[in-house]
Design a protein. Structure first.
Ligand code: BTN
Length: 254
């Protein structure tokens, strides 16, 4: 906790050298009654998970592999908003520590110069109408060189040090990140989603642009209008119909 200026986030820190996935550990801790703000962080993940059951490369000593447990008194439908809270916090923390200006690609990718630097995976433990725990998994590429990424990943991924041209302190970034999440979380609990949504939209890559969204129900092309108060993406197709996208992979500028 050295230098960490938060009230509740990161008061309990589980640091591990090597784990399968911090997300799995956080799920277990949350089921066992871990308190709000509990952080699981590891130097290496051997089975890191991304969205849609994809693999997440988490090489030793290079990035930030962490899962944060929150316990807001909210209905489960609000959980996706936490991905957007985390995304704004990631952008702000990176801007505080580097000269870089990351952008957000809905729903959970943080890009620098068009390449992914951070992914966010928000998962939920809930009873029928109330959240027990939200587990926010954040994977940030910090000190990787190109060689750390497998060939097929090099084209689409980058790290802060590749973009900034120097090595960065992971612990300083984690501190700034927890401080930003705490500030935005408290803003959200006081004033609702609107201020978060405005911040998110100011960093978003896709708003106003032509995009293609691949969903499980098929592909939709059109102009991204923005997000709803639930964090759902709105796309207007060429016929003027507005579609609400809950989950998809998107391509920008098609
Ligand atoms: C994505 O972009 O698909 C989300 C990636 C989330 C990766 C992080 S790393 C820490 C936490 N533990 C995991 O296994 N996944 C998340």
């Amino acid at each position: 906790r050295l230098g960490l200026q938060t009230r509740t986030l990161g008061t309990m820190i589980h640091y591990e050298e090597s784990v399968l996935s911090t997300q799995r550990i956080a799920h277990t801790l949350a089921s066992d009654g871990a308190e709000e703000g509990t952080l699981v962080i590891a130097d290496e993940q051997t089975a890191g998970r991304g969205r849609l059951m994809r693999e997440w490369h988490s090489s030793k000593g290079t990035g930030i592999w962490m899962s944060l447990i929150l316990k807001p008194h909210l209905p489960p439908q609000k959980a996706p908003q936490f991905t957007l809270i985390a995304a704004v916090a990631v952008v702000q923390a990176i801007e505080e520590v580097t000269g870089l200006h990351p952008q957000i690609k809905w729903p959970n990718d943080i890009l620098i110069n068009g390449k992914k630097v951070t992914g966010i995976l928000t998962e939920l433990q809930a009873e029928s109408d109330k959240i027990n725990s939200i587990i926010i998994g954040i994977g940030m590429n910090v000190n990787q060189t190109k060689d750390h990424f497998p060939d097929e990943i090099q084209k689409i991924a980058t790290s802060l040090s590749i973009e900034e041209g120097r090595t960065l302190s992971r612990s300083v970034i984690v501190q700034r990140l927890l401080e930003r999440i705490e500030a935005l979380y408290s803003l959200y609990m006081k004033e609702g989603f609107t201020p978060i949504k405005l911040l998110w939209e100011s960093y978003a890559i896709s708003i106003g642009k032509k995009i293609r969204a691949r969903t499980i129900n098929g592909t939709i092309e059109g102009r991204a209008l923005g997000i709803t108060d639930e964090g759902v993406l709105k796309i207007e197709d060429s016929g003027g119909t507005i579609h609400q996208i809950y989950s998809a992979d998107i391509e920008v500028n098609v």
